[in-house]
Design a protein around this ligand. Structure first.
Ligand SMILES: [Zn+2]
Length: 166
């Protein structure tokens, strides 16, 4: 039991990774925020009380988090981190790959007279537009935007079970 516990502590020790990430931030590779209560919450890594529902453990965690959040500078750290993440997302949204990344978007050609028998899928709007322009004739679709919207696929959450799944 003792060796399992000490193994857990070694696995759970984030200091080495923290030091690595700080070096990256210092060299300007990225921004790094460590949202960590240095004093720590007095909870064992494998604690879950009572055993089935863990309500005592989760309440203890919530209460300790609330106390930590009220300390000087902690809430500001969260706000600054959130602002930076929003700014990053806004910059990413202006790139052509955003829809693909954020929505899991891809295109499956359903336009009439498609010359492709099997490979009818494109990962980006730009590549699908190239397919429409180069491999179809203008009479195959109403306009490019309509064809793209009709052929556009996005992730659905929660996933709709397919008829083939068990
Ligand atoms: Zn096509």
């Amino acid at each position: 039991m003792t060796s399992i516990r000490s193994g857990l502590y070694e696995l759970g020790d984030p200091e080495e990774v923290h030091a690595q990430l700080e070096r990256g931030e210092d060299s300007g590779e990225y921004f790094y925020y460590r949202l960590n209560d240095e004093a720590g919450i007095q909870i064992e890594m494998d604690e879950w009380k009572p055993r089935k529902v863990g309500i005592n453990t989760t309440e203890k965690m919530k209460e300790n988090f609330r106390i930590w959040l009220q300390r000087d500078g902690v809430e500001d750290k969260f706000r600054n981190c959130a602002k930076q993440l929003v700014e990053l997302r806004r910059v990413r949204m202006t790139t052509p790959r955003w829809e693909q990344f954020a929505l899991g978007q891809y295109f499956v050609c359903r336009v009439r007279n498609c010359p492709n028998d099997e490979d009818k899928q494109w990962s980006s709007r730009a590549k699908f537009e190239t397919h429409l322009r180069n491999e179809h004739v203008a009479e195959d679709y109403v306009d490019l935007f309509e064809a793209q919207e009709r052929c556009r696929q996005v992730w659905k959450y929660p996933p709709v079970p397919s008829e083939t799944s068990p």
